[in-house]
Design a binder for this molecule. Structure first.
Ligand code: TMP
Length: 236
């Protein structure tokens, strides 16, 4: 497998072509941004942790029937993934009120939601990733009804699998954001990453935040929180 030219550089990862037309290599960076890139920083070692944590969780999901982009971890920061076209939606699942939902609905952070909440944001940096509903998504042509139904089904299944898995490690899954992609043959699979950058993880006992909110909100010990997640998931 040869790493060829860079295709794309995002806020947290770079994507490279390979000599296999169906495979890409993602390379995780230590760069961190928040608030649509307004806040910038570095979280030392984050790229390594997110690469390993995301692959670990995707492997668990694959084993339980969720198709993912994961092919093979090839270095501390690099993973071979299936080539997909990203569906331009941030799919957000929430179990406990936090972040933008707590603000928008006037709920105290930490309040258990009476029902799991599924939200979609349209991925467009210039617009600040606006919240959209299914009708906006059809109108935009971002996904068809069949595709969105499948995505919602996967999102809820992933919620159950992740929540149960993390509970045993004394981690409460508050909410998370996932993205899906379409392979050249049109199959929808889980793509992007699942990491402390894209989830809210709270210690089940102490309530301590073990995710990127420590960076977003200047809570300190950001690296420590990322390491703690890797230690609980991978034992190191
Ligand atoms: P929010 O409460 O700020 O809307 O975030 C919901 C979840 O989505 C939270 O787990 C963090 C994650 N998230 C991302 O992964 N990327 C983003 O750009 C944003 C705003 C949130």
């Amino acid at each position: 497998m040869k790493k060829l030219e860079q295709l794309y550089e995002g806020k947290a990862k770079k994507v490279f072509k390979t000599d296999d037309p169906n495979l890409y290599i993602v390379d995780y960076k230590d760069d961190a941004t928040a608030f649509n890139g307004l806040k910038k920083g570095t979280i030392e070692g984050k790229g390594v942790i997110n690469n390993r944590v995301s692959n670990h969780l995707m492997k668990m999901l694959e084993k339980n029937g969720i198709p993912t982009h994961l092919v093979e971890e090839i270095s501390e920061r690099e993973t071979i993934v299936k080539k997909v076209t990203i569906i331009p939606l941030e799919v957000i699942v929430r179990n406990i009120a936090a972040g933008s939902l707590a603000k928008r609905l006037g709920m105290e952070e930490g309040t258990k939601l009476g029902h799991t909440v599924l939200e979609f944001c349209y991925k467009d940096d210039a617009l600040g990733d606006p919240l959209v509903n299914e009708y906006h998504i059809y109108a935009l042509g971002a996904a068809t009804k069949e595709e969105l139904d499948l995505i919602a089904d996967y999102a809820f299944k992933i919620n159950q699998l992740l929540s149960d898995y993390l509970k045993d490690l004394n981690i409460e899954l508050i909410d998370y954001k996932i993205e899906f992609g379409k392979t050249p043959d049109g199959t929808i699979i889980l793509a992007d990453e699942i990491s402390p950058d894209t989830c809210r993880f709270w210690d089940s006992v102490t309530g301590e935040k073990l995710d990127k909110d420590r960076f977003r909100r200047d809570l300190g010990n950001v690296e420590g929180a990322y390491h703690e997640i890797m230690k609980r998931l991978l034992g190191e």
